[in-house]
Design a protein around this ligand. Structure first.
Ligand SMILES: [Mg+2]
Length: 185
């Protein structure tokens, strides 16, 4: 089977990693409960930043957010390794900017994710993921973002949402834990 995965907040806990970086850089002691209650992807509000300040904060922190020690979700690496071992094709489709694409690929390899050369896509807009997903003719696709998931409704594709506080309104089959994936397939 061909399975496609988003990376950030689907396979790795990026926003929470960013939350801790913001807390340290801004010297603000924001309760993690506020983070877990967010109903949107962006995290700047709980730090009392405007949208523009939030954007600048994200851009200026991007290097640290992407390429330090962001933790993968429990069982994510092991589950994808097992799928790879069983002969399934694993594709990564991330909207991370083009200039960070190759480094992100290497970072994923260093973390232990099974990455095969040509099965790694980056640098597209959220709503453009659908073109790659269609072209690849995937059987399954996993993502966390409503902006992406709302564009995917082909009959042949099984779409799953990785559970997050900002996507609970979506009526799509849901992945709570990566250890559950083998039971689903
Ligand atoms: Mg994502």
């Amino acid at each position: 089977m061909k399975l496609g995965f988003d990376i950030d907040d689907t396979l790795i806990n990026l926003r929470e990693h960013a939350f801790h970086i913001y807390t340290r850089k801004l010297g603000k002691d924001v309760d993690i409960a506020a983070f877990h209650a967010l109903d949107k992807v962006n995290i700047h509000e709980i730090f009392d930043l405007t949208a523009e300040q939030g954007k600048q904060m994200w851009i200026s922190s991007m290097e640290e957010i992407y390429f330090t020690d962001c933790p993968p979700y429990p069982a994510a690496i092991e589950t994808l390794q097992e799928l790879d071992k069983r002969g399934h094709e694993i594709y990564y489709i991330t909207a991370r900017p083009k200039k960070h694409g190759e480094r992100t690929r290497q970072w994923m390899i260093d973390k232990g994710f099974p990455v095969r050369d040509e099965r790694f896509f980056y640098g597209m807009q959220d709503e453009e993921k659908i073109h790659i997903i269609e072209e690849l003719d995937l059987d399954y696709y996993f993502d966390d973002k409503p902006a992406v998931l709302n564009t995917l409704n082909q009959d042949s594709l099984k779409v799953y949402v990785k559970d997050q506080s900002y996507n609970r309104h979506l009526d799509i089959p849901r992945i709570m834990e990566w250890s559950d994936l083998m039971k689903i397939l």
